[in-house]
Write a protein that binds this ligand. Sequence first.
Ligand code: SF4
Ligand code: SF4
Length: 344
Amino acid sequence: MEKILNKKHIDDWIAALDSWDILGPVLEDGIWAYQPVSGAVRLDHPNTRQSPKGLAFPQREIFFKFEQIKGEAPRLTQVVPDEQRHAVFGVRPCDGRGVPRMDLVFTDHVEDNYYQARRKNVAYVGLACNKPPGPNCFCLSVGGSPVSTDGLDVQMTDLGDRYFVKAVTETGKGLMTAAGKLFAEPSAADQKQVEQVHADAVAHPQRAVRNVEAVPAKLKASFKSPLWQELARACIGCGICTFLCPTCHCFDINDEVQSKAPLKGIRVRTWDNCQFPDFTMHSSGHNPRENTGARLRQRVAHKFQYFPENFGMPQCTGCGRCVSECPVGIDIVAVVNKVVENAG
Ligand code: SF4
Ligand code: SF4
């Protein structure tokens, strides 16, 4: 389904989605973030500081509550994610491509019920990139595109005074038909314009991971390279790179005791981070990733070697956040290219 939506109707469309909670990009204190939309939605944003991954995989989520009363069997009460549906508007293509990667992780080997329960109630309404890429964007070199529809339910393309709106999934079709009378049929001129906008977007030069298909073998060959420690020397282990990444998904599970008599508490999942020194610390005190080099190697190899080996695609979507936001300037594109070059 492909339609035209006059820009003056975007808020009417959102209003028609009254059974959905709507999120959109909001600028607060100079930072773009997805927030509940109240009033007019703005879709003139660069990418948001955080990806929308937290909608299906929250930073902190309670699995169950526990209670142990002396002499009685322990009581466990599962906390089931609520069924509220969320539609997030303005998702850029790199973040859209994060969605199928997260879906693979949380359905591989084990169906993660908590992720699945949230994920089925999230719809991603994407916005194709039609401006020159940011200085750290590199989606094209990792198999993506500024106009990719991967992971999206709807793709919108800005045509000036109107949007070209394309349903990518049945969920997307439902979002559009909920406000069917607002949409018009695209003319031949609209079709031509959207093709041109997409062609122009793809033609903008970007940074690049060179020859991404050859990278897994080169990384494998570089496992013991001293270059890792050299490249990671400045890392302070803050974890910003992975917390902001649309595809990083490591987590920890802890029991938090809230009262001792009677014993009560909650089991909680929180995001964890392979760049933290104690992420792989054994109870013996041994740490198999004992320095920043080993931890940087893990982050890069997970994206560009292990994930491609397991799922046939890089885990990096080229959003550039880890490059832009690293406080010490560690740059994953430069790191991959350097290690590959060094491997010969
Ligand atoms: S953002 Fe930079 S300094 Fe922080 S953990 Fe990542 S690579 Fe290290
Ligand atoms: S590794 Fe960096 S550039 Fe790649 S998807 Fe994650 S945050 Fe974006």
